[in-house]
Design a protein around this ligand. Structure first.
Ligand SMILES: C[S@@+](CC[C@H](N)C(=O)[O-])C[C@H]1O[C@@H](n2cnc3c(N)ncnc32)[C@H](O)[C@@H]1O
Length: 430
């Protein structure tokens, strides 16, 4: 039976620390959860099921459909076992999808260079297709077409179709990422961690490129995050049905709420950031659901009634690393890790004041004061997402919860503060 109709294990990866939220999402869609680790959740289903998972999951990075798992001790044996699989039914040998990218995670003492393993996998697949069809796909590092992933630990290897291709955090809406943006999937997990279910106001001062506010709006509008993206790995697997995919998209579109009966407010002191956030929100199809404004976090208007406030202040760490750098040219583009950042003239110089330790302490203490006054408007909880645990102490309020996350390899916390109508009821504490 072809994988499109054949049930197999599906490994869904996520940002480290977010698996509890991914697990809930997978469970809500009626898929069984077989295993959960820090960075992934294992479920099962057909290759066809991966379309739905790619379209709807908010906290998933990649959806990997397991083709085969086997014992292997050497690269030669790996080649032989992979070459025996019917790749001619999976990867196109000709046409515009006839391109293969191999990725791998290898934890085996005899392998020092994963590129060698990737080449072995690629050779096994391409040789098989050439032998069976007299055609051969091209190969390379681009993840825009078929992607095969190998996980090899000790003597056990597992080969997957990476049905996402590019990771799912690349939703396609972030046209202007600025600097230090949160990954979209992490932002979605952080929103889920607050317990907010899109039923009352959410205020996001210090919004930067708008990721938290946009993910909140997508969630509240029940808009599938995959609707903004037009390319996934599964589209390049033989037998992909455009009809089934369009049906799924159509159903997802029908489920979108047109408006929200409450406000999502996003603000930043930096007018350029606010402009970028607006453009990104438009790209995500949620700009009508967010009120954007340029102001200091403390001046952000809070709607009356129930609501939450969530901020992702500067950590200091990354900004300090830029302290010595000279001012840069106007709207200069820099590419890092495959992403283009717009750097404004004098950006480093302007950010310098908040990079000093004292300034950061004052900023975090100011957030504490803001939270204290916010209780009067009806806001019930305040949240700070930060990678600077030292600075978090400067907030000067007692945390109700401290939730562990990772932003890349930076250990972060989502700090939850309960807000009170009468701030005097809760004195400062360490
Ligand atoms: C870490 S970035 C937020 C990144 C954002 N979560 C994203 O995904 O793009 C911190 C933001 O705080 C803003 N900021 C710094 N000081 C501020 C202040 N006093 N009032 C309002 N915003 C401020 C900066 O302009 C920056 O956009």
């Amino acid at each position: 039976m072809h994988p499109w109709k054949q049930k197999s294990k599906i490994l869904v990866t996520c940002p480290k620390g977010a698996s509890v939220y991914l697990r809930k999402e997978i469970d809500d869609f009626g898929f069984s959860v077989r295993r959960e680790i820090d960075t992934a959740v294992q479920t099962e289903g057909t290759l066809e099921d991966t379309l739905l998972l790619n379209l709807h999951l908010r906290t998933a990075q990649r959806v990997l459909y397991q083709l085969q798992s086997f014992k292997v001790v050497s690269p030669g044996e790996l080649y032989a076992k992979l070459n025996a699989l019917p790749w001619e039914d999976i990867v196109h040998g000709g046409g515009k999808s006839a391109y293969l990218c191999v990725t791998s995670t290898v934890d085996n003492p005899s392998i020092t260079d994963t590129r060698f393993v990737n080449m072995k996998v690629k050779d096994a697949v391409v040789d098989r297709i050439r032998d069976k069809t007299s055609r051969r796909p091209d190969s390379g590092p681009e993840k825009e077409r078929a992607v095969i992933h190998l996980y090899w630990k000790n003597d056990q290897a597992t080969v997957y179709i990476d049905t996402s291709g590019e990771r799912l955090s690349m939703r396609g809406y972030r046209k202007m990422p600025l600097q230090a943006p949160m990954q979209e999937t992490l932002a979605a997990a952080v929103i889920m961690a607050t317990g907010w279910r899109g039923n009352f106001a959410l205020v996001n001062p210090m919004c930067g490129s708008g990721t938290l506010a946009i993910e909140a709006a997508l969630f509240a509008l029940r808009r599938a995050p995959g609707l903004t993206r037009n390319n996934f790995g599964f589209m390049h697997i033989r037998g992909f049905s455009q009809y089934i995919w369009q049906e799924l998209r159509e159903r997802a579109r029908e489920a979108v709420r047109k408006t929200l009966p409450f406000k999502i407010i996003a603000s930043d002191i930096d007018d350029f950031a606010v402009k970028a956030a607006k453009i990104n929100a438009r790209g995500a199809g949620v700009d009508h659901a967010i009120d954007f404004l340029t102001c200091s976090f403390a001046e952000t208007p809070l709607p009356h009634g129930r609501g939450i406030i969530i901020l992702n202040p500067p950590y200091g760490e990354r900004l300090e690393a830029r302290e010595d750098k000279p001012a840069r040219d106007f709207n200069k583009k820099e590419t890092r890790a495959g992403k283009t950042f717009i750097i404004r003239k004098g950006a480093a110089a302007k950010e310098k004041p908040v990079s000093g330790r004292q300034k950061l302490e004052t900023l975090y203490a100011g957030i504490g004061d803001f939270f204290k006054s916010a209780g009067a408007s009806g806001s019930r909880f305040g949240y700070i997402f930060t990678g600077n645990l030292e600075m978090a102490k400067s907030v000067g309020l007692r945390t109700k919860q401290r939730m562990l996350f990772y932003n890349g390899d930076i250990e972060c916390r989502l700090l939850e503060y309960e807000l009170y109508a009468d701030s005097r009821r809760r004195p400062k504490s360490s």
